[in-house]
Design a protein around this ligand. Sequence first.
Ligand SMILES: [Cu+2]
Length: 131
Amino acid sequence: MSRSILLSAVLAVLALFAAGCGGDDAFRTDRPILRLTLDEYRIVPQNIVVKPGRMKFDVRNAGRHATHNLAIQIPRGPDGKPVEIGRTETMQPGERAEPIKLTLQPGEYRLVCTIANHDDLGQYGTLEVQR
Ligand SMILES: [Cu+2]
């Protein structure tokens, strides 16, 4: 194999990796309801894209042994700190929370479980509200 063909092959593989890491495996919906499942230690789906407007978050703890909640945050408020715009109650394993209803403006939001160190264990996600 010539040097340039080998280089092209390597670049093609790198391009594939870059596409895979681009996050376009996001869950997309036009519907005004999101059904989210929490477990140890994930939010499923993790990356979500929706339209602006009213949104109902229907959240269930499908885990086996830990309590969880779901908080929706603006990652950076006026003082640089996250601003929470909604949060479910703490759910025991198998429980479903009272749904949260929010009117979402376009922007990037963070989803997270605020219990103990669950955020550090990977229990977070993103919500992109597209224009
Ligand atoms: Cu949790």
